[in-house]
Design a protein around this ligand. Structure first.
Ligand code: 4GX
Length: 231
């Protein structure tokens, strides 16, 4: 999977050099290419933003610099995404869908956003990572890269492939490791039993119990999906 990221703050993406995503980059399972929008400014001070027509607070990113930055990418067969609070909410189903592309182009806005005319020209799909306001699209782009990369072959080790929370619409069962007793709390006995069928059943029960307790609305969603939207 190739990710081209159009951003004014490429240094923020150094977070993706760590851990599993860092390893996936080093081993070429994924390729994250950062394009600094500022490099396409024709202004002698490398200015990329200006005051909004009609007045109001903040600055707007100029359409011409974004367009030139976008045109520098070979976008054939690529899916273009604009991270914006106005987009459809990202969920695991959308993540899976995006992981089927070979090439994603991620456009990160900042300040009050990007001039509407270049958005109309590029026609990206708008995606939001949640109903709250961030200072820019960089963290959302990183969330998207992280979540999508988990579905790319070889990124996760085979034990922890993507058969977990949300894949079945349920939350995960609790995990335990050594020590066997911590602050007087014991590891559930069944997990020490070596009885694989009992362990599997215990974990399934826990998934339903925990989902009921912490996110009951997920059970309703699951019921709707199973019944094709009919009750
Ligand atoms: N999920 N933000 C983008 C700049 C902006 C403003 C208007 C487009 C239109 C966000 C989110 C988010 C803050 C990133 C505003 N871009 N993006 N930025 N939540 O809050 O994706």
């Amino acid at each position: 999977m190739k990710f081209d990221v159009l951003t004014l703050f490429p240094e923020m993406f150094s977070a993706l050099s760590e851990s599993i995503i860092g390893k996936a980059s080093k081993t070429d399972k994924i390729n994250i290419n950062l394009i600094d929008i500022r490099d396409f400014s024709k202004n002698k001070h490398k200015k990329v933003d200006d005051y909004p027509y009609g007045g109001g607070a903040g600055m707007v990113i100029r359409p011409d610099v974004v367009y030139d930055a976008y045109k520098s990418i070979d976008s054939e067969n690529a899916k273009v995404i604009y991270l914006s609070p106005q987009g459809k909410l990202l969920n695991q189903e959308k993540v899976k869908e995006l992981s089927k592309y070979n090439h994603l182009i991620l456009l990160c806005g900042h300040y009050e956003g990007i001039d509407e005319r270049v958005i109309e020209e590029i026609e990206p799909e708008e995606i939001s990572i949640g109903d709250y306001v961030l200072t820019g699209g960089e963290l959302p782009a990183m969330v998207l890269i992280d979540t999508v990369s988990r579905y790319i072959d070889g990124v996760l080790n085979e034990e922890s492939t993507v058969e977990e929370s949300f894949s079945n619409g349920l939350l995960e069962y609790p995990q335990y490791t050594r020590p066997e007793i911590f602050l007087n709390r014991e590891v559930p006995e069944v997990l020490l039993s070596g009885h694989h069928k009992n362990i599997e059943n215990w974990r399934k029960d826990k998934m339903i119990e925990i989902t009921k307790k912490k996110r009951p609305e997920l059970l309703d969603l699951e019921r709707r999906n199973l019944n094709d939207g009919c009750y």
